[in-house]
Design a protein around this ligand. Structure first.
Ligand code: 5GP
Ligand code: MG
Length: 239
């Protein structure tokens, strides 16, 4: 496999994050955390604000699960989840799905070295047979749509009976490919968000809420983690 260029990859992520200057002063969207939802003390130096609280996520997932169970009743489904960003969302979603299901993963990553967003590398292939099955494809966030577009094409080629798509977050403003999700947790503005599985340079996935980082974090992170030379083992960026 091609070695990821960690230096270029992280620099590109930092640049992408900084291309979202609006996130600093944009109003809190309806249904999201109120302005006084405080960032937990542990994260206050890095996280500027909470966009969606853990309680709001939990409540919304219960609603999405009800919709999914209604649509998939009576048939065993195959849940296909994209690594790594869906880790928390998936765990909370499937424990609310009181249905027979099988679970599998597809690994998708954007590597560095001049790779454009949407130029994807598959790091893990689907193992379960989905032919004739009802598939629920789960991703963390639908942004340009390039990821879902590519993955949907891949799964459709395997001839499932039907595919429904489910994302926690939707940034409709950034769409490039004509792809929409059947189940959406929250519509969000064009912010770069982290937490609840979503990373910046592989960090912040463990935040229990969805939040927005201070701009200085992107600068600091990129300065700190960029090694002088690309490492031998390399490292994944994004996902
Ligand atoms: P798309 O291919 O739709 O442009 O982007 C999908 C992928 O890009 C997501 O699965 C996620 O890995 C990454 N992504 C897009 N927007 C964000 C964001 O605001 N924050 C983080 N952490 N990742 C994002
Ligand atoms: Mg992802």
């Amino acid at each position: 496999m091609r070695q990821p260029n960690l230096r270029t990859g992280i620099a590109r992520q930092a640049k992408t994050a900084l291309q979202h200057p609006k996130f600093m002063r944009a109003p809190v969207p309806e249904g999201h955390a109120s302005p006084d939802d405080r960032v937990p003390a542990r994260w206050r130096k890095e996280v500027e604000r909470v966009l969606i609280t853990d309680a709001q996520i939990a409540q919304r997932i219960r609603g999405m699960s009800r919709d999914i169970m209604r649509d998939f009743a009576g048939r065993e489904m195959v849940v296909v989840s994209l690594l790594n960003g869906t880790v928390m969302f998936l765990a909370d979603l499937i424990r609310n799905l009181a249905l027979p299901l099988r679970l599998d993963f597809i690994g998708v990553s954007s590597y560095g070295a001049g790779t454009e967003s949407g130029d994807l590398v598959f790091t893990k292939e689907l193992r379960l047979n989905v032919r004739g099955r009802d598939v629920l494809l789960v991703d963390d966030i639908l942004d340009t749509g390039k990821t879902l577009y590519r993955v949907l094409g891949k799964i459709r080629a395997l001839k499932p009976r039907r595919i429904k798509t489910c994302v926690l977050l939707n940034k409709a403003a950034r769409r490039v490919e004509a792809v929409e999700a059947d189940y959406v947790g929250f519509e969000i503005p064009d912010f770069f968000v982290v937490g609840y599985g979503l990373d910046f340079a592989e960090r912040y996935r463990n935040l229990p809420f969805v939040g927005v980082l201070y701009p200085h974090v992107y600068k600091k992170t990129s300065q700190q983690v960029i090694p002088a030379k690309p490492r031998k083992a390399g490292g994944r960026v994004g996902g």
